[in-house]
Design a protein around this ligand. Structure first.
Ligand SMILES: [Ca+2]
Length: 264
């Protein structure tokens, strides 16, 4: 082999190696997982029952449903958005502390805090259809339309079969470390929004990976008229038909329609 040929082969080989290394480096560069930060704009303010210890909030087909907690005052209710009036209510027996609610088909599902028991109601009549059990505490619940997604106050989201209520999966929610105290939930366009208990923050979570993709900071949205330390942000409802997002809190006298504003 001539020296020139050998030199060309060496140059081409070196170029290929360098090129491959550059491609590997480009491919292995970690994806930017820095969460987006959102603030808010208040679009509308509606009255909210200041005695409602809000634990679950959903809007479906323009109807607002709310689940409330505390033993002795836990309810499932249908609420008129404009007036805040309770149109229909079902009281839980005093032993139960009501938690999150979601609608699945013609049924409403309601969790309880420490009783490891959930209730299934007819969406229209609020008649109790079924009870089910689960091994953890019950905090928030929502649905992606196929499975139920549940929180228990830890950093975990659990995926439940909507017919058998068996746990069929779970992810740990993490941002810069595990994000615990996940409370009321709402599934919106492929993401899970979660109130983080005792904060003004809502995490926007990729339910497949548990990664927090964004944070909403709702600080200052409500000035409590009471001094109850339990009166914290809790309750996210999304009206898919009109793309409206609502939030409220435990014992808050107001419910807010908000728009999210991304901060750069
Ligand atoms: Ca909700």
């Amino acid at each position: 082999m001539k020296k020139q040929h050998l030199a060309i082969i060496v140059i081409v080989t070196v170029a290929l190696v360098i090129g491959s290394a550059v491609l590997v480096l480009l491919n292995e560069e970690p994806a930017d997982t820095t969460p987006v930060s959102y603030t808010y704009e208040v679009i509308n303010v509606y009255p909210h029952d200041p005695n409602a210890f809000t634990q679950g909030l959903i809007m479906e087909e323009g109807v607002l449903y709310e689940g409330t907690g505390l033993r002795g005052s836990s309810t499932l209710r249908r609420v008129d958005l404009e007036t805040g009036n309770v149109l229909q209510t079902n009281a839980l027996s005093d032993e139960f502390f009501g938690e999150g609610i979601t609608v699945f088909g013609d049924r409403i599902i309601q969790l309880t805090w420490q009783s490891q028991k959930g209730f299934v109601y007819d969406k229209h009549s609020f008649d109790l259809l079924q009870e089910f059990s689960y091994p953890t505490q019950g905090w928030g619940i929502t649905t992606d339309g196929t499975q139920l997604i549940m929180s228990d106050g830890t950093a975990n989201l659990y995926f439940l079969d909507p017919e058998t209520f068996e746990t069929i999966g779970q992810v740990e929610v993490h941002g810069n470390g595990a994000v615990t105290n996940l409370n009321e939930l709402e599934y919106i366009n492929g993401e899970v929004y979660a109130n983080v208990w005792q904060t003004d923050k809502i995490a926007i979570i990729d339910p497949h990976t548990g990664q927090v993709k964004a944070w909403i900071d709702l600080a200052g949205i409500y000035n409590p008229e009471n001094t109850n330390p339990d009166s914290v942000l809790n309750g996210i409802a999304y009206d898919a038909e009109s793309d409206r997002l609502f939030v409220t809190g435990k014992l808050w006298s107001q419910l807010f329609e908000i728009k999210l504003i991304a901060l750069k």
